[in-house]
Design a protein around this ligand. Sequence first.
Ligand code: CA
Ligand code: CA
Length: 222
Amino acid sequence: MHIRFLIATALLAAACSSQAAVVYGSNLVVNGDAEAGTAGWTGYAGYNLFQAVDYGSNWVLPTQPGPANRGNRMFAGFGQYAVGYQTLDFGTATTQDTSYALTGWLGGWQDQGDNALFYVQFLDAYDNEIGSSVLGPVTPQDRNNQTGLMYRETDGFVPTGTRKLSFWLSMERLVSGDNDGYADNLSFVLQAPPANDVPEPGMAALFALGLGMLGWSRKPRR
Ligand SMILES: [Ca+2]
Ligand SMILES: [Ca+2]
């Protein structure tokens, strides 16, 4: 009897970990605040990966416009075009009426037009883009020609059938040697559909299976 219980538990654990399921209410961008350098981000062939730089006189001062909780580092461009991305696979499609909030701080240097974009792709199981959302660019006019970062946000509903997300951060250099497209505190958060929607059928069934087998295995033997 013990074996069956263990198998049921193992199956349940394996199914739940591989069917990662959709995570609500927390930031799904890995290292969106640059505090871990460029960890979590992958470069794209033919482009430079952006860099993580310390707040300071070469870039944005700790006292210049930007997030209050900016930490020690932010992202800055590198070369003429800098690109990095990360992809998250839920292993299952998002439920209808799942909504999202995309937020971040973007900016640049003085009156230079160098800028940053934060772009999210909604992908189906075959990596087709079935929707997208973007923050930026923040222009020198937006910043009153002041060095710093400005808060941007947008929200909406996740396209039905979305199974993966790809987050893209890119910077474009328009003036002088440094690529002064800046970004920090990038965030993408999902909100669950209203409670009366049907729960995730796969996991519900697996839980029922696991608990059913557990109950069965505990029946006294005589
Ligand atoms: Ca930071
Ligand atoms: Ca520049």
